[in-house]
Every structure is written in structure tokens, then in C-alpha cells.
Write a protein that binds this ligand. Sequence first.
Ligand code: ATP
Ligand code: MG
Length: 683
Amino acid sequence: MEKIFKNLNDSQSAAVKQTEGPVLILAGAGSGKTTTIISRLAYLIEVVGIPPANTLTLTFTNKAAREMKERSMAMMEKNGAYPPLLCTFHKFGLLFLKFNIHRLGRQNNFVVIDTDDKKRIIKKINSELPTPLIASEISRYKNSLMSPDDAYKQAELFNYKQIAEVYREYENHLKENNLVDFDDLIALTYKLLDENPELAQETSQKYQYIMIDEYQDTNELQLKLIQKLCTSHNNICVVGDDDQSIYGWRGAHIRNIMEFDEDFEGASVFKLEENYRSRAPILKTANALIEHNRSRLGKSLIATRGEGEDVAILNSNDENEEARKIALKIQKLLDSGVEASEIAILYRVNVLSRSIEEGLNRAGIGYKLVGGVRFLERAEVKDLISYIRVITNNHDDFSLKRIVNKPKRGLGKASVDKIELAAHAKGSSIFEYIKTVDFAELEALVKKKNATTLKKFIADIDDVARVAKESTYEFIDVLEDTFHLKDIYVNMQDGQERILNMDEFYGLFRDFIKNHPEASLDEFLNELTLQSEQDQVEGESIYMMSIHASKGLEFEHVFVIGMEEGFLPLVGDGSDLEEERRLGYVSFTRAKESLTLSHAGSRFYKGRRSDLAKSRFFNEAGLCDGSLIVEKKTAYKKGDLVRHKIFGTGRVTGVSKSGREFKLQINFAGTKRDILASFVERL
Ligand code: ATP
Ligand code: MG
């Protein structure tokens, strides 16, 4: 009990003790919201005596879930108990579907596909319309619980009728191959609970206390799911911050926070107003930025950690200089004893990570890329995954086609197409067809040599599948020995690296089986897919990740790169400046001790070098050179040398105040001019 309350303030303690009924904790960044819900979890289990299995705690990213689990377990004394379920929404959906998908007439050895697979399936169905558009529309349909029929009826434009058709075929493909996409993990879970009231009742009784972190990022479907989980009670505690809502593009709704009281009647509301994370200058900068948003509740947040370093601004000519400067700064931090895992580099768009990666590599600084170009999306790893998929589910034609000629077995695309047609004509999968068809019939379709190859390929898969059933651990060696997958890459230019990646994958597999001896292959695959969407293994290196992935996390030292117009804020079709500002706010508020904001004068992007303007967020956050002077009174003084974009170099001859800024009198080669301080650079 002491452990639970010793680090909480009065409002936090009150929220922890309010265990019954709906509770909303609404507060700014770093005010201890997450701390409060994990303390509440510990309180429920340790003090109130609720069995851990009767609680459910949900959040959005794997890394956040892992950290929350560790922190809550550390608060609990009775550690031997069955651990509470604390995971992401998607993981919860996965577990739920494992036990219940049979009610939809589907088997529970389904495979979860990632965004990459999804796009490939779509592209195969329709290569005319832009794949990303179809992908996001399908996602939108699923999140609005619209069937392909609904989508078709609702579509007015021809293109949208077409998209609805693709959606129909896509759904059929998933069902036929027993695949499930990310949206399904939530949508099907909801569907099952909605269509089976007794199941909703039972599930709700199982999870008597529900807690949700980052509630501002839930969408309508997630809210509906939560309501189903609350069928038999209303013990729901949510925490969130409207200023950190960064998933608007995915349908997240601040409405869910604003109208919590309507969705769950009789809610108690708690506010937390002290920030325990960031040094005062960091918080001040973040607060100044977010104040420019109009649609916000407007909460106050007071720094409790005292003064500290000013927010640093890093100016570079281009991304290479930026990478060098950041590597240098990080090396200094490491040399002074800062732990690598306490340093993070954040960016709005993933492509920005590349130049920094190079800089860190050159400096010999280890880093971990969270999300980004994913290990699992590399071709050689995808091949391995496809093998495992075919082994667990023979009917996965998509994966089978990927591997049937890898390593090369002399099978051309034409032969494979013929087989596919023949198989579909018989209403069977390619695998099934080759396995059951008479050799003579096969030979009539493709060359004899190919017919033999295909029969052998299928027999080999069957053999390996048998091993997998007996011993999952041995399976991976047998897979390599049977198909000689590494041979594919031996003579390739970057073969060595690819083989290393394969070895890493094999290692990952062995680790997983060691930790989950009872697990089957499809469980391994699903875990992998779920992890890959967000993050990778932990370790002794600094972190690099998108701002989206950094939500809820904190680091001693944070670098935000790409602070330029076009990158942060990202401007363009469908971008929302207020959401961009919230992203800025999220990124700034990850920092505890120091925050460095970096911008480059130009970047090589999309095949060409472009000049970039400094982000307006510097100005808004009160960080333009001019207002810095106002803040710090380290004003320009007579005699300072400055440079102006147009007038060139000059010397300050006088300083006066002009509104919130300072006005400088500058002598540019004999001509005196009055210029606002923010328009010049000190030399
Ligand atoms: P975010 O909005 O970024 O998700 P949060 O509100 O969830 O932030 P936490 O991550 O729970 O905030 O807490 C931020 C930091 O403050 C953590 O390091 C936590 O240990 C610390 N903290 C929380 N509450 C207190 C407290 N009452 N006293 C001292 N430190 C606290
Ligand atoms: Mg949090």
C-alpha cells in the first residue's frame, strides 16, 4: 500500500481510490496520468483484492504497454500472482479472436497481415486506382463498421463504387485465406460482442475493472468496443489529454474525452495540474506552442522540476551537417555518463531518420529504430515468413506464390498462373490442387520437369509441417535444411547482409519458442506482426522514432529534427495545422532534462534537394531569436555583429523595444536601418 501512494499527490491518490463507476482523468503532458492508472491497477489488486485476471488495462503502443507492466509490477508485492492483462487494443483483439473467431465460422489459426501485405492484396485486385487511397478507405469502412454492401450503397462517385468492389474482393480474399488485418482485430472483436449479447455479458463480467491510457486517441469504434466491455458494469477509468490527440487522421475523436460523461453516466472527473517530467524551460516552450491552438480545453500545467537548460536550437545548412552536429552532441552526453536509452531523436516523418542514421553510424553510436523501415518488411525476411505461413495454412495462395520459385526451381510466372487458374476452377487452393491432382493432369498443364518440381515442393512443405507439429523448436532448422533458403542470397551483392537478417530472424524465432514453449507457428507469426507495427527489441542504444511512436514515453534528452515548414508542420492535402501543433507539443513534452530543436536549410527529399524555411513553431513557441532576447535579457548590445538576409553584415548601434520584440539600429556599410531582432542572425 505504501509503495502505491508514496509518490502520488492528493488528486492522484483520490483518483486511485475512486475504484467504482466511470472516472475521467484529464490532464496535460507529464502530469502523472499513466502513473495514476498503473497505481490504480496495483491498488485494485493489492488493496481491494480484485483478482488480476478481472482487470483490463489498454494502451496504444507496445513499448508503452511494456513499460506500464514493469512499473505496475514493481508496485505490487504479491508478484507471483497471475499477471493482469495490460496490452494494446490490437493485442487484446488478437487474444479475444483466438478464443472466439470460431463463432464467425472461422478457424482460430488465422494469420494477421500487416499494412504491406494489405497493400499487395489490394494492388492485385485493382492496380488502376491508387493503392494507398483504397487501403485507407477500406480502413475507414471497417472502422465505421460498414460492410462492402454498405460501402457500395453509400458510394456516389464511380471511383468509390469501384473501391467498394475492391473492398468486397479484399474481404473475400481474407476470409478464403483465413487472414485478418489490423482493423479486423478491433472490428471483428466488436462485431462478435455486438452479435452475441451473452458473450458480451460474459466478457464484461470477466473484466470488471477497465482502464484506458491515451483515451484522446480512441476512435468511435474503440469507444463502442469499450462500451460493450462495460455491458455488466461501469467501472471504467480513462486518462487523456486533448492537447495530445494525434490520430485525427485515423478517426480518433477528442469528442470521446469531451463527452465521456454522456457515454458513461455519472463520471467523476479529476484534474492533475503539476508537471513532474520536464524542466521549466521545456514546459514553457511546449505550453507557448500549444496555446496557439483554438480548439482545446485549455488546462494549466505547472512545472515542478525547477529551472534547467534553455531549449537549444540547432541550425544547420543541410541534413548532413545536422546529423554531424547531433552525433557530436549525443557523444558528449554519453561521455558525461548519460545512459543511451535516455536519449531519443524524434521526427514527424520517417524518411528523416536516414541521414541521422548515417551520422550515428559514422560516429559509432548505437541506435534503435522504433518502427520505420521494418526488419520484417525486408524481402528475405518476408520470404521466410511466407514459408511459415504456407506451412501453417496451406491455403494461403498469396504466400505460396511468393515462395514457389524461391530458391529458383525453374518455375516461370506463366506456369504458376496456369496452375492458379486450374486450381481456382476446381475451387481449391493452389497447394491443395497440386497435392491432389493426378500427375498426368499436372503434366498436361506444365512441363514434366515442372510438374515433378511442384509435387516435390508440396511434399517437402508437408514434411516440414509435420516436424513443426512435433517440435516447434526444431522446425526452424529443418526448414533451412529442407529448402536451403540461404542459398538464394549466397551470390548476391548484398547477400551477406541478407543472410545476417535471416539469422536474426531464426534467432528471434528460437527466443520466442524458448519463452513460449507451447506456442504454435501461427501464434509466433501473429506476435511478430503485432510487434512490428510499432517497435523492436530493447537494448543499450539511443532511440530514434516518429513522434507518433513516442507518445506516453519520456527521455532525459530529446532531439526533435526536421523543424521546418513542410515537415513539422507537415503541410499539404488533408493536413491539419492544429494536429501538427499537437504533434509538436507531444514531441517537446517527452523531454525531462534537455530539449534540442533542429532545423536544416535544405534537405534531399524525393529525389531532389529543396530549400526549407524554419518551422513557424519556433516563433510560436517563443523561440525566435528576437523573443529569446526578450525572455533572457541577453539582449543585443551596441557593437554586436549581425547578418541580415538582404542587407548583409552590419553592426548594432542601438537597441529599443518594439511590442514583444526588440528593434535594432544597425549600421550596414554606412547605411543605418531599423530591423526587428528576429530578422537578423548574430555573428
Ligand atoms: P503523458 O501525457 O506524456 O502520457 P503522463 O501524464 O502519463 O504523461 P507520467 O508518464 O505518468 O505522465 O508521469 C510523468 C513523470 O512524472 C514520470 O517520470 C513519473 O514517474 C513522474 N510522476 C508522476 N506523478 C508524480 C508525483 N506525484 N510525484 C513525483 N513524480 C511523479
Ligand atoms: Mg502517459
